[in-house]
Design a protein around this ligand. Structure first.
Ligand SMILES: [Zn+2]
Length: 265
């Protein structure tokens, strides 16, 4: 069961003292390839440096998260463009809109997002998208670029069935995290998972966040029991399989195939 984790926040300080061990554990758990999510210019650079140490296994994205949009300017876009010249940098993002937390002013988020969508169209590398409580505006920002868009994935999808349907109709992929294991808080995701065809989904841990509910406590890191790791990706696979009523191997095979084609591995 070879897996690809398309979203890991490995530069988060929860990993600062044991990155090598976390990667080693994930490899043992058959997570064959891992993509580190860039959320700022600084951390996209840091993700690239780690990725370069494990050629063919680790990759990075380059982007500015909506939370970080307040620090965005033209020089930042230029810096992302330079990062995207590296072969290990496989996508633009994460970028998008987050009107849930509103850590950056909404109009700045929109400008920062549009600049990165345009950049992705120029360099023709896939888009790694983040949308929270901003569905309408998000689609509005993307609409003018529709004809030029590279492949796009909306990561950590927790939206409604109707939103999922719209994203699929747009041609986007959906990324699912351990949120799917939280069948109380995200009960509506069962109908989403049943609806989304296997050939349009990818999987991610979004570690150190979004810890799956079904990870046994014996596997958690004793000193950081709330920390999610790429090595726990199989629990996302199991949740999806259970709710779709199929075998975990089918989810693993399809999501790996999708990620390979999407990111060009
Ligand atoms: Zn995100």
């Amino acid at each position: 069961m070879k897996l690809i984790d398309i979203g890991i926040n490995l530069t988060n300080r929860q990993f600062s003292d044991d990155i090598e061990e976390v990667i080693g554990y994930a490899l043992k758990q058959e997570v064959d390839k891992m993509i580190f999510t860039g959320t700022s210019v600084h951390n996209s650079k840091a993700s690239l440096l780690i990725a370069k140490k494990y050629p063919g296994t680790l990759y990075a994205t380059a982007g500015i998260h909506p939370h970080e949009a307040k620090g965005w300017n033209a020089a930042a876009t230029k810096a992302l463009q330079q990062l995207l010249e590296h072969k290990e940098v496989v996508a633009v993002g994460e970028c998008g809109l987050d009107f849930d937390r509103d850590f950056s002013p909404r109009n700045i988020q929109e400008q920062c997002f549009a600049a990165q969508v345009q950049l992705a169209c120029e360099v023709q590398k896939p888009l790694f998208l983040h949308e929270r409580a901003a569905f309408g505006k998000f689609n509005e920002v993307i609409a003018p670029y529709r004809d030029l868009l590279p492949p796009a994935v909306v990561h950590c999808f927790t939206g409604t069935l109707q939103e999922a349907r719209q994203y699929l109709d747009n041609g986007f992929y959906l990324g699912f995290t351990g949120a799917v294991s939280d069948t109380r808080r995200f009960a509506h995701l069962e109908s989403v998972l049943k609806y989304v065809p296997l050939d349009r989904m990818m999987i991610e841990t979004d570690a150190p966040f979004m810890l799956s509910k079904n990870v046994p406590s014996s596997e958690l890191f004793p000193e950081k029991p709330r920390r999610n790791e790429p090595g726990f990706l199989k629990y996302v696979v199991r949740s999806i399989a259970a709710q779709k009523g199929i075998r975990p191997e089918q989810v693993a095979e399809a999501s790996t195939q999708n990620a390979k084609a999407f990111f060009g591995f």
